[in-house]
Design a protein around this ligand. Structure first.
Ligand SMILES: N[C@@H](CCC(=O)N[C@@H](CS)C(=O)NCC(=O)O)C(=O)O
Length: 232
């Protein structure tokens, strides 16, 4: 299915790697979208209005006013959102059955492995008040292993499933900031080459530039202010 988008898609977002997957995808698709900020540091993700579309209280989520049969649809979980957008617009999600399997494999690999493990790495290495050597070593070692898996995969191909796809969009926001994750990128030449090629794409630059707003940025946008500052 291919589609054009007349009314903007609402993107429930906070500038984190999971949020940036979807701002990058929407920029790549040149689909109109409105960013609805969900201040996860302030607990906005637990608001009943947000839980109605994202029951796991996590960003990202989208609401497409032009869903199947022209009716609105909400989607949560970044992998499900990327598949939805790839199918709807018929881009970055190949029709060929074998290639589609490869895209699905690496997309699921990202959400099931890279996201959770790198998240724990951040938590124990950077945010935890008590620095627990066992936990830090465990998650840095696992992060290192995952960088190695991707590096090997990219040795024989430009992108993770051949051509640039939603699987690369899912992986890219996590495979940056390697120093912060305790990784020496010199060990992973293929990841570095792949990262640099994606980072240079204009849509990726725009998608990553979606930042948290200040109160002043939102002056006049009542709906966004409500979500960001909790004025319900
Ligand atoms: N598996 C989810 C993970 C989403 C996720 O972890 N989102 C984080 C921000 S990066 C969040 O919303 N955290 C809020 C919370 O934990 O309450 C996905 O891929 O969409």
């Amino acid at each position: 299915m291919t589609a054009t988008q007349t009314r903007p898609i609402d993107l429930y977002f906070w500038p984190t790697p999971n949020g940036h997957k979807i701002s990058i995808a929407l920029e790549e698709l040149a689909a109109p979208y409105t960013v609805r900020f969900v201040a996860i540091g302030k607990g906005e993700q637990f608001a009943p209005e947000f839980l109605a579309i994202s029951p796991n209280n996590r960003i990202p989520a989208i609401v497409d006013p032009e869903g199947p049969n022209g009716k609105p649809i909400s989607v949560f979980e970044s992998g499900a959102i990327l598949i939805y957008l790839g199918e709807k617009f018929g881009r970055f999600y190949p029709n060929d059955a074998r290639t589609r399997v490869a895209v699905n494999e690496w997309l699921v690999w990202q959400v099931a492995n890279v996201g959770p493990i790198f998240g724990q790495n951040n938590h124990f290495r950077t945010y935890a008040r008590e620095k627990l050597p066992y936990a830090i070593t465990r998650f840095v070692n696992e992060t290192h292993r995952l960088f190695g898996v991707l590096d090997k995969r990219l040795a024989a191909r430009e992108f993770v499933a051949g051509e640039y796809s939603i699987a690369d969009m899912a992986l890219f926001p996590w495979m940056r900031n390697w120093e912060r994750r305790g990784i020496a990128i010199a060990e992973f030449d293929n990841v570095k080459r792949w990262h640099d090629a994606i980072a240079a794409r204009p849509a990726v630059v725009k998608g990553l530039a979606v930042k948290a707003p200040t109160e002043m940025d939102l002056a006049g946008d009542e709906a966004a202010q409500k979500i960001l500052f909790g004025q319900r």
